[in-house]
Design a protein around this ligand. Structure first.
Ligand code: AMP
Ligand code: MG
Length: 385
């Protein structure tokens, strides 16, 4: 892990890039020993990446500013983007949050009953002084979630800390769904990585706030709007989280649209995210037109000597003839596409792809979060054919 060889004259010098420990843990039967060491590092103010059912998180004690600062440093994350606090027990809520009033309190409790542990983050009033101001970015609220991964739950409980844990990637890069993705981004920059295999959902949690009888979606994610509607009388979207938000015809228009999104209620929504290194475009329209457009674009780019990539649903992958065609999962089973998305984006980077065209899917169920991430990965550049 994290070793590089550099030649100095005739001597081969091995440089240890990494102070990062790695523990492999069986997700079904998490062993205490590795987790205990990881928990001790967290108690000591360290940073440890761990699997959750959404993506890998980079955890630190949410109460300690110097620990939380290490997360921002390792990720290169903008300091006005607040962090989600992860808990393993609802009793921890009383230490972190001030009570909600009336109908909001009842609805928040119902959401927790139904979706925790699970991929739902709820923005709640923060108890003054309970977490570092670096976690809340100075807001009067704190975003809290109880993850549904046995390793995450055990680690949080063993550490005895509420864990601030954003995705364990360098800021702007696709989120990690495997421990090897974390290693690629953060080896040498964090204290440890708990490897518990592949994360489950593959996309981040849904972030919501509760207002009376209304649930407002600030970021679409693993819990769908349809699922929330089973609990809440009203489900609304914050503007930047709404289906179709950000769709524009050209990259230039996308830039000016992004500039207009100044103050979303969830500060992280304004940042570029999940982006592969190559320039990516989404192509929307009837399937025949989409594949014809992409085929022509691929030919033109190849003629210019560019390395091309296509992100397609498994059902359509055979239609394309680019340097790198990746099947992201099945259109008939969008959960599989969600699981595969970030790995595919990282794979384009690994293969040095410079131009990427991606198919789109209906914004229903998990398809909404999938399109939200794809659209951000493409800098909101969508071509309608
Ligand atoms: P990440 O940690 O990368 O999964 O991103 C966390 C998301 O939750 C970002 O979009 C944040 O802006 C959002 N978030 C965290 N805390 C709050 C909060 N107190 N109010 C609103 N959004 C928040
Ligand atoms: Mg993230």
């Amino acid at each position: 892990m994290g070793q590089n060889k550099a030649e100095a004259g005739d001597t081969i010098v091995t440089i240890h890039l990494s102070k990062t420990k790695l523990w492999e843990v069986d997700s079904e039967h998490p062993q205490e020993s590795g987790l205990f060491e990881a928990a001790a590092l967290l108690q000591a103010g360290g940073t440890v990446a761990f699997p959750t059912e959404t993506v890998y998180g980079l955890g630190a004690d949410a109460r300690r500013t110097e620990a939380v600062e290490r997360i921002f440093e390792a990720k290169g994350r903008p300091s006005d983007n607040p962090l989600i606090v992860h808990i393993s027990d609802r009793a921890q809520l009383a230490e972190l949050t001030a009570p909600l009033e009336g109908a909001s309190a009842a609805l928040a409790a119902q959401l927790m009953d139904r979706f925790w542990p699970g991929p739902l983050t709820i923005v709640l009033p923060v108890k003054p002084g309970a977490v570092s101001p670096r976690v809340t970015a100075g807001l009067a609220t704190v975003a809290v979630r109880m993850p549904a991964h046995p390793v995450a739950l055990r680690l949080i409980a063993a550490s005895g800390c509420p864990l601030a844990a954003p995705s364990a990637n360098r800021s702007g890069r696709p989120s990690p769904t495997l421990a090897s993705h974390v290693r690629d981004d953060l080896s040498g920059l964090i204290d440890g990585i708990v490897d518990g295999g592949a994360a489950g959902v593959g996309l981040e949690s849904t972030v919501v706030e509760v207002d009376g009888d209304t649930v407002r979606i600030l970021r679409p994610g693993g819990v769908t709007a349809e699922g929330l509607r089973e609990i809440a009388a009203r489900v609304e979207y914050d503007a930047v989280a709404a289906p179709g938000a950000g769709g524009t015809a050209t990259a230039a228009e996308a830039e000016s649209a992004a500039a207009e999104v100044q103050t979303p209620r969830s500060p992280g929504m304004k940042y570029a995210h999940y982006a592969p290194q190559g320039e990516m475009r989404l192509v929307k329209g009837e399937l025949g037109a989409v594949s014809a457009y992409i085929a022509a674009e691929v030919r033109a780019a190849q003629a210019r000597g560019e390395r091309t990539g296509v992100l397609a649903f498994a059902e359509h992958a055979a239609r394309y003839d680019a340097d790198c065609v990746l099947a992201v999962g099945s259109l008939a089973q969008l959960e599989s596409a969600a699981q595969g998305l970030y790995h595919a984006l990282r794979e384009f980077d690994r293969r040095g792809v410079q131009r990427i065209w991606a198919e789109t899917c209906p914004e229903e169920g998990i398809g909404h979060a999938l399109m939200n991430r794809l659209s951000k990965a493409a800098g909101h550049a969508v071509v309608y054919v």
